[in-house]
Design a protein around this ligand. Structure first.
Ligand code: ADP
Length: 194
């Protein structure tokens, strides 16, 4: 099964992908994590992306499409994967469909976590106040910018996947176990159809 977890920054995609990975043995393919690992390792790719990511801008479609294709060809993706934070633009979604089709696969379901902007800003502000570990792009100003980038570039994917009949919208404002329950119910629906 191939799933896309979709939603604005801070919606809880990472949290839910990790839970899905544990339960369904599908690897979590997070382009954000892969790019941060490249920065940490000091690779040329990491160096090229570092400033853009710190500002909350998207890195190029070609960059993320190639890292996803390379990662998807690893043996642990033989039964599919959970895509987290990818695709983020329509060209990325088209490239993902093409990459999967070339491998005789497809996206089974796109789970949209719907949350409101005020709640997302409040989440980051409370993380800052709590003095927890913060990413360089976890400041209120950068988050505001990441939200603009989301609405401009990523939100059009809602229509793209709706047209394919693959979109399932969930209440991302609910507590973590409740969101997990909604995801389980949506996946059971897919399994029943298969
Ligand atoms: P969040 O969902 O909280 O914004 P991510 O970890 O998914 O965080 O992404 C962090 C940053 O990494 C993004 O703001 C962007 O700069 C870059 N990035 C991650 N995935 C993509 C992608 N699919 N396309 C372009 N840029 C990406």
């Amino acid at each position: 099964m191939n799933l896309v977890l979709f939603g604005p920054p801070g919606a809880g995609k990472g949290t839910q992908s990790k839970l899905l990975t544990e339960k369904r043995s599908l690897p979590q393919l997070s382009t954000g994590d892969m790019l941060r690992a490249a920065i940490e390792a000091g690779t040329p790719l990491g160096l090229a992306c570092k400033a853009l990511m710190a500002k909350g801008e998207l890195v190029s479609d070609e960059t993320v499409i190639s890292i996803i294709a390379e990662r998807y060809d690893q043996p642990d993706c033989k039964n599919g994967a959970v895509f987290d934070g990818f695709p983020r633009t329509v060209p990325q979604a088209e490239a993902l469909d093409k990459m999967l089709a070339e491998r005789g696969r497809k996206i089974d379901l796109v789970l949209e976590l719907k949350v409101d902007d005020a709640a997302l800003l409040a989440r980051v502000e409370s993380r800052i106040k709590a003095g927890g570990v913060l990413r360089s792009d976890d400041t209120p100003d950068t988050l505001r910018h990441r939200l603009q980038v989301y609405y401009l570039n990523t939100a059009p994917l809602i229509g793209f996947y709706k047209a394919q009949g693959k979109l399932k919208t969930l209440d991302g404002m609910a507590a973590i176990p409740e969101v997990t329950r909604q995801i389980d119910a949506a996946l059971d629906g897919v399994a029943a159809k298969a």
